[in-house]
Design a protein around this ligand. Structure first.
Ligand SMILES: [Zn+2]
Length: 310
């Protein structure tokens, strides 16, 4: 059921900040024409990534350091805080009631609890790419981002976007495999948000169904991957991917960047290119083993293609 929503100023600002297309220059991850050529959005024009802590990055074993103090992340999500799904013209976003501490994460690198605001995905037109982060140059077909904000340090989500340690984003790679039963409820709702700017009510969903059972993760200080690109994010990237089926991923790809009445543009390749690590350390909650079995399901970037845009 489509519903009309009266947006608060902050929510509108949040949505505009994510409603951006990216100029892409890395040949290994080709964007469709709409995603690459859209420069008319005023937020994009004013959002120049000038910092040294930008995201996403390629995580390498060489650059990461095991930190034995990193304990597993604690997730406490209340399915009743789930509100709606919104096609923002760049991805689809599942938004939560963040007025109280009913859905939070804590532990690991986080000094206090962070409240769930929304989750969304990035994915490719093909199965060989789609994730924003890479592991040892491997890309996955899609990546989930669970976005949380620091309610101890910040008064609002928008304050947190601008604040160091204001946000904690949990990244989970998705690989093709068996159907993720818990996700099907959301997949079934996607046709209702096929077009840009459409919103559908969506309740009683627990995002923890998308988390891998293995608690191992990497963490590093980084940025939003959509404007305003602020370096306010503690990234937590899970080592193991979660499996979803081909038909579930194809449901993502059946969405549109475009509103009704315009020439249809498939919503695919909605990721930001990799950014240089610069002077940062990536910490791991686990000791590196010799095997790279966890990379199964991903694809390796061709050796002759540069990882970073200059
Ligand atoms: Zn994201």
């Amino acid at each position: 059921m489509m519903i009309q929503l009266k947006l608060s100023l902050s929510r509108l600002a949040t949505r505009l900040s994510t409603n951006i297309r990216w100029q892409c220059r890395i040949p290994v991850r080709l964007c469709n024409l709409l995603a690459c050529s859209r420069k008319d959005n005023p937020h994009w024009q004013n959002s120049v990534a000038g910092g040294n802590h930008q995201s996403p990055i390629n995580i390498t074993i060489r650059d990461s350091v095991y930190d034995p103090h990193l304990k597993p992340i604690k997730f406490s999500y209340d399915p009743n805080t789930c509100l709606h799904i919104w096609n923002n013209g760049y991805s689809f976003q599942v938004e939560f009631d963040d007025t109280t501490d009913r859905s939070v994460i804590s532990g690991g690198p986080l000094a206090n609890s962070y409240r769930l605001k929304q989750f969304h995905f990035h994915w490719g037109a093909k199965n060989d790419w789609g994730s924003e982060h890479a592991i040892e140059n491997h890309l996955y077909p899609a990546e989930l981002h669970l976005v949380h904000w620091n309610t101890v340090k910040c008064h609002s989500f928008m304050d947190a976007v601008m604040e160091e340690n204001g946000l904690a984003v949990v990244g989970v790679f998705l690989k093709l495999g068996k159907t993720l039963e818990g996700l099907q409820q959301m997949v079934d709702a996607l046709p209702a948000v096929k077009h840009k700017d459409s919103v559908v009510e969506f309740n009683k969903f627990d995002p923890s169904c998308m988390l891998p059972s293995c608690p191992d993760y990497w963490t590093y200080p980084g940025s939003l991957t959509t404007p305003p690109l602020t370096e306010s994010v503690t990234w937590i990237i899970y080592k193991k991917p979660t499996e979803i089926s081909k038909s579930q991923l194809n449901a993502f790809r059946s969405l549109l960047f475009t509103p009704p009445g315009q020439e249809e543009k498939k919503m695919v390749d909605n990721f930001r290119p990799l950014q240089p690590l610069m002077n940062r350390k990536v910490r791991s909650s686990f000791q590196v083993l010799q095997d790279l079995l966890y990379l199964e399901g991903g694809s390796k970037k061709p050796a002759n293609v540069p990882l970073f845009r200059s």
